[in-house]
Design a protein. Structure first.
Length: 154
């Protein structure tokens, strides 16, 4: 795969320049395991600027991704959130607002494999985190999302 095509694919998994370049630098990979291992290690620690960049395109839970984000992946990942459930939508919107007020960033969770009630319970739990614990959870969830997307892409 040409570098620019690989770069675009990786950016759709985790939009962090350093991560993309670290994963690209390991090519060619002998197998999928080696690729995912490199991607995993590179995503385990993000600077404040990298975290901001990665979160910039992520939609709120219960909302659709906007332009510049991996809209297809985001839609699949949030498939467990029933958009027709207005009570859940209201509670998620309220939780998202409380989270943003508390942490000054969008609530991010690996939504794949979780339904709306599970996501809401995690949101409520994480509102009790201190700043450092929550930052660590956000980074870990970004890593999980990136690896799921990478596995799906390759």
């Amino acid at each position: 795969m040409p570098d620019e095509e690989a770069r675009a694919l990786l950016r759709g998994c985790l939009d962090v320049d350093r991560w993309v370049e670290e994963v690209l630098a390991g090519r060619p990979y002998g197998d999928r395991v080696a690729l995912v291992r490199t991607a995993d290690l590179a995503a385990r620690s993000l600077t404040a600027a990298e975290l901001d960049a990665a979160l910039a395109g992520h939609p709120r839970i219960g909302e659709r991704a906007g332009a510049g984000h991996n809209q297809q992946a985001s839609g699949r990942e949030q498939a467990g959130v029933d958009s027709a459930d207005t009570d859940l939508a209201t509670r998620l919107a309220s939780g998202n607002a409380a989270y943003e007020q508390r942490f000054d960033r969008v609530f991010l969770i690996r939504a794949a494999g979780r339904d709306g009630e599970e996501i809401l319970a995690e949101l409520q739990r994480r509102l009790g985190n201190d700043d450092d614990a929550e930052r660590a959870e956000v980074v870990d969830n970004l890593r999980q999302i990136a690896l799921l997307r990478l596995e799906e892409a390759v």
